[in-house]
Design a protein around this ligand. Sequence first.
Ligand SMILES: [Zn+2]
Ligand SMILES: [Zn+2]
Length: 330
Amino acid sequence: MRALTIVQPGVLELQEVEDPTPGNDEVVVEVGACGLCGTDLHLIDGESPLATYPLVPGHEFSGTVVARGNGVEAPALGQRVAVDPNTHCGACRFCRSGRANLCARYAALGVTGPGAFAQFVKARAANSYTIPDALSFGQAALIEPLSCAVLGVRRCGEVLGRRALVVGAGTMGLLIGQLLAAMGASEVAIVDPLRSRLEVAATLGLGPCASSADQLAENFEVAVDATGVPKAIEAAFDAVDRGGTVLVFGVADVKARVSLSPFRIFNDEITVTGSMAVLDSFETAARLMGTGQVKVSPLLGAPFKLDQYGEALTAMRSGTGRGIKTQIAP
Ligand SMILES: [Zn+2]
Ligand SMILES: [Zn+2]
């Protein structure tokens, strides 16, 4: 099969590699669509502490089950699935205390092992979720990022009736904004320097929309950074009201630092929290998308082919691609 391989940081090649064969309790999925995300850029640039090279990236994917190993009862052959790429050891103190997403031996397809920028990918059967019939492969490939967003908004605490702000109207900001609205936020303001993204935000019912947080008159009980950019994290912090919560959701560079007022954290009882990957949120995300409570088609354009990966990367890095979410359909 063909697989897009990061040979070493900065060096990408479309290679011919052996087809994967499923082990016990594993399936092989023929990839229907796989999203390109900020994590992939960090991997390509050699900025991920978890990765070993060569590596086939791609962790946001959906497809069809084409082979099953011993012991697999479900999913069936031919079943359309989305896969939770994260795996956990089950034995460390985090796994044993219900926080498997913080697992000491955390692993993920496309990050620590072969991912889905390939024709086929091997996955645990237990991590494979049936895709609601109404969803295309492209839409279903967004179940993984949505499941991260579900965990994120859970970590924001009470949302009902509260005023929320999302900084960044990229894929994650637009998913988080829709979730906050679905959870009963009285308003979901969203800021982004790109007007085209704010137009998509408005069609999804989010607003007020502005190019920066200081153009919004009020303070917010919940503020989410969905960019990972230090200045944006500081803007989210500065916009949060007394007693409020700031969620640092965007993936910042490992070495990045931000400037926050410790006096405000003390005096205004500000909670600053984070959210890592997926925890008991994959099935929830599949349902929210299947019922249309979270809409993703406005985020999608036509997918790129595997051999167009160069164009796909340029589109992603420049933010001027086909749609807000760049995807590859092998
Ligand atoms: Zn991702
Ligand atoms: Zn563990």
